[in-house]
Design a binder for this molecule. Sequence first.
Ligand code: FAD
Ligand code: NAP
Length: 563
Amino acid sequence: MASGDREIQRAAHRRGPTVRRVSSGSNAREAAAVVDAVVVGAGFGGLYALHKFREQGLSVRVFEAAPDVGGTWYYNRYPGARCDVESVDYCYSFSDDLQQRWTWSEKYATQREILAYINWVADELDLRRDITFDTRVTGAALDESTLRWTVRTDTGEVIDARFVVMATGPLSAAMTPDFPGLDTFGGQIYHTAHWPHDDVDFTGKRVAVIGTGSSGIQSIPIIAEQAEHLYVFQRTPNYSVPAGNRPLSSDEVADIKANYAERRHMSWRSGGGSPHVAHPKLTMEATPEERRAAFEKRWELGGVLFSKTFSDQMISLEANEEARKFYEEKIRAVIDDPDVAELLIPTDHPIGTKRICTDTNYFQTFNRADVTLVSVRETPIQSIDRTGISTSEKHYYIDALVLATGFDALTGTLAKVDITGREGQKLVDDWSAGPRTYLGLGTDGFPNLFLVSGPGAPAVLANMVLHAEAHVNWIAEAIAYLDDRGYAAIEPTAEAVENWIAECAQRAEATLFTQANSWYMGANVPGKPRQFMLFIGGFGTYLDICNEVAAAGYKGFELLKVP
Ligand code: FAD
Ligand code: NAP
């Protein structure tokens, strides 16, 4: 179909003028702006969706709860915040012009540099004019007679859209545990995921950090440098591999830019969206010398990819144990006090089954006299009062409290939006036993509602920038397919959803991942259903499946005309 014909086709799906009356939950009639697509969120995912859909000739409105673009990188401004995928890979690949013109200064960019990059892209592509900031989408309701959505915001806007794309982020609902007395604390409380914009100075202060996941582990060494005394409240120790961060030389940058196409190609085909391949042998097939050399090489690469040194490391406990022993040796070597080392070395889950943290001098920080590690496992936090934190053992007097307590991941943000599909079905009810999706892209009963980097996809197991691009590209192609053939909507079948959940579960159970109480499993949120929420089969494999589904005329989806 020629693009002009497609535009006519699309116009046929638009019902009425650009402002029309719609029925609301009550009997009120309200004016609604009409667009082809509402995109929720202006992080990496939502921004690319806006650009891509616009290029395709769609009218798009983006709503963003924050005052500006960036998503994760707008909010998570805590000291030490950086990416753990190399900067040169953790950026958009869709435009060679953009990737050639932007120059990363370090191997792992700071939050500040990533946010500057996102702002630069937003300006280069003139994205802001279609983004409404400081506006939260509160609900989206399907009109089954038109197969269109009525989207509502907390500022009272009502939008009539054919497509709704939830680019709301897998890690955007910060979690604050219900510590008794937290609200009575007399000092300042900071959450890593809602860090103030002004610099926070802990000089001369007694500071407590609760939480030792990636956010805690990145911030603790820097807070320790400032604070008069730092108390780290650790419930579960985590595996963390040094980042080996460093400035990128101009020669390195030039070399990467000259070979970006190849680098990206390897990333698209890889297990995790980065251009690094596992050792060709299985762990126990390698000689002890080869094994050690491979682990050393990955240790030098730094961070999270240590879990992918050998391809069987996350499947075989014996293989995993080899990696774990190597890890333990490295970590014990940098911690002075063996009792402290004992507390800092995980024993409750195989290495890599929770995301491996990426740090700079994290373990060395506990060699400082002004840093105290408190094991909340041994002496639980009982309450917080005006002056500090009481554990079962003693009271810690503090001036400031940092919560690095993570997120209600993958489903938490979506659950805050009142999404109503066919026959009044609520998405939260549909997912009450755990998220149900087909390919992580959508679910039955909710036609034309798409998810970006949500549950059922590799999402956070991959380089999330490429992952967002892949999802948006797939959605854009699906929309073009509908328009070319005169369909109004696309909706997964219930059978495809059930089969996909079963496949995700089966693949997860064949790995070691289900052995950890991770946020991938929903285990960090009290009462959340325990289900491995991601597709574990690898990024490249996942993309092949999505492409095969599309090539087969959207197998597992129903293509719908307006009834
Ligand atoms: P987000 O960036 O989370 O953006 C979602 C946006 O949607 C937010 O701005 C939010 O305000 C908005 N929103 C949500 N609900 C609504 C609503 N109802 N109405 C309006 N707006 C709404 N991944 C990697 O691959 N590599 C890394 O190195 C890496 N580092 C990370 C570091 C930190 C500290 C964190 C927290 C996560 C990190 N991640 C990393 C994961 C990261 O979340 C993704 O890489 C990526 O930034 C997600 O982009 P997104 O657009 O999907 O979501
Ligand atoms: P997280 O990994 O979930 O860590 C939260 C920490 O808070 C855990 O140590 C947890 O202990 C602790 N905690 C939660 N509730 C507690 C309670 N009631 N009492 C005591 N401790 C409690 O969250 P995160 O560190 O923010 O990281 C989440 C994800 O974001 C990462 O896995 C990663 O994907 C991404 N991220 C990436 C980077 C990066 O390096 N680029 C940085 C930050 C975040 P338990 O383990 O016992 O639950």
